[in-house]
Structure formats: C-alpha cells, structure tokens
Design a protein around this ligand. Structure first.
Ligand code: FES
Length: 69
C-alpha cells in the first residue's frame, strides 16, 4: 500500500526502514523522502511507523526471550 505518493513510499518501505534502524518520522523522511513533499501523508506515515516499531519491539522481545532459555 502506498503511504506517500509524492515519493512512492509504501508501508513495506517503512517496515524496511525500521529494520534498518529508523526510529522516528524525521529519520524516515531523511531515509525515504516520506512526508517531505506535500505533507499529506504525514499522519498515515506516523501511524505505519508506530505500528512497525511496535512489531519490531515485539519481535525482538520474542527473540531475546528465546535466546535466554
Ligand atoms: S504524499 Fe507524502 S509528501 Fe506528499
């Protein structure tokens, strides 16, 4: 799904950016251009970013728990 039409950024691109270390909208914008054009995607980008960060935290906690056992 496209999140940012100005820069052709998809939700998958945002998930990939989080996997590469992006942690906030400013970093996402610098990395992908998302929300740096007309700005109409800002709220959606922030929501997808938040969900992606939450998923990554959950994944990392499962991996960490798995390696501690
Ligand atoms: S739609 Fe993302 S900056 Fe315009």
């Amino acid at each position: 799904m496209y999140v940012c039409l100005c820069h052709s950024v998809t939700d998958s691109d945002i998930h990939d950016a989080v996997a590469d270390g992006v942690r906030n909208l400013k970093q996402l914008s610098a990395e992908t251009g998302c929300a740096s054009g007309c700005g109409s995607c800002r709220d959606m980008a922030a929501e997808v970013l938040k969900d992606s960060l939450r998923e990554q935290r959950n994944f990392l906690s499962v991996v960490t728990m798995g390696s501690a056992a």
